[in-house]
Write a protein of this length. Structure first.
Length: 129
């Protein structure tokens, strides 16, 4: 998609987001949260990321939308990965290595996953690193 088309599409989505958010009762509903994540990077993540079981931690799936702050993605992965059960790590995909910046591939490679995730990561990580 060329830059002008992308800019116009984002502007239209921002207008939809603003109208729906203004009409909402306090708190977002999931569709609006998804749009917030897709449009607003880290700020959208901090407002709208799904929270998994206690202790409170964000969904790794929502973290892939933080494409404007690789340092935040890296620090979040460093903080959450060691304490995360293997079942949560099944939500991982190679996009996390990309949005985490230069340290992302090594950080993602350094943890254990379900066998299905291992196959996916083995196929995709070489394309990023």
């Amino acid at each position: 998609m060329d830059a002008a088309t992308r800019t116009a599409a984002l502007a239209r989505l921002e207008a939809v987001f603003a109208r729906v958010a203004a009409a909402q009762a306090p708190g977002f509903f999931r569709a609006l949260e998804g749009l917030d994540l897709a449009l607003h990077g880290r700020a959208g993540f901090e407002r709208s990321a799904r929270v998994l079981q206690m202790p409170v931690r964000p969904s790794f799936g929502d973290l892939i939308h933080v494409d404007d702050d690789p340092g935040f993605v890296t620090s979040t992965l460093e903080r959450l990965m060691p304490a995360s059960p293997r079942s949560d790590r099944g939500q991982f995909d190679a996009r996390l290595a990309f949005v985490a910046g230069p340290r992302g591939p090594a950080l993602v490679r350094g943890h254990t996953y379900h066998s299905s995730s291992k196959r996916e990561l083995a196929a995709h990580l070489p394309l990023i690193a």
